[in-house]
Design a protein around this ligand. Structure first.
Ligand code: ZN
Length: 134
């Protein structure tokens, strides 16, 4: 598989506006906000060069991000790698014996196709593979 970059870093937040104010102190500005119903989150995008921070604010108590905050608190929730061939990358992960959260890609923010790898397979880091629809 060929990973081209860190696409984004997902950060679990209770209040994205408050968290965005912290990054503003670093000179980083919010670009846009988008609701992603499939993941029950509102996403606030903060570009950092080629990569983005994605502030994830749950829109429902049963969202995975809400559960993450409950057990681990606010902070980095996942790292997303951009890949050119998402189906191929998933098949490779499966062959390597990794536990896939998504057997097939689903739609994420920005209409990207995304799939998550379980943190039990990666020594504790939730990894997202994503393919930008450009
Ligand atoms: Zn993500």
């Amino acid at each position: 598989m060929r990973i081209t970059k860190v696409d984004h870093i997902g950060i679990a937040t209770r209040n994205a506006q408050e968290v965005a104010a912290v990054y503003k102190e670093f000179g980083l500005a919010v670009e846009a906000t988008e609701e992603v119903p499939s993941q029950k989150v509102r996403v606030t995008f903060i570009p950092v060069g080629e990569t983005r921070l994605e502030l994830l604010e749950p829109t429902s108590e049963d969202s995975a991000v809400a559960k993450f905050i409950e057990t681990r608190g606010e902070g980095v929730q996942h790292i997303a790698f951009a890949v050119e061939d998402l189906d191929g990358a998933l098949a490779e992960c499966e062959r390597a014996g990794m536990r896939l959260i998504d057997q097939t890609p689903r739609q994420g923010a920005h209409h990207n196709a995304i799939a998550f790898i379980h943190p039990k397979s990666t020594k504790g880091v939730l990894i997202e593979l994503c393919k930008r629809r450009s």
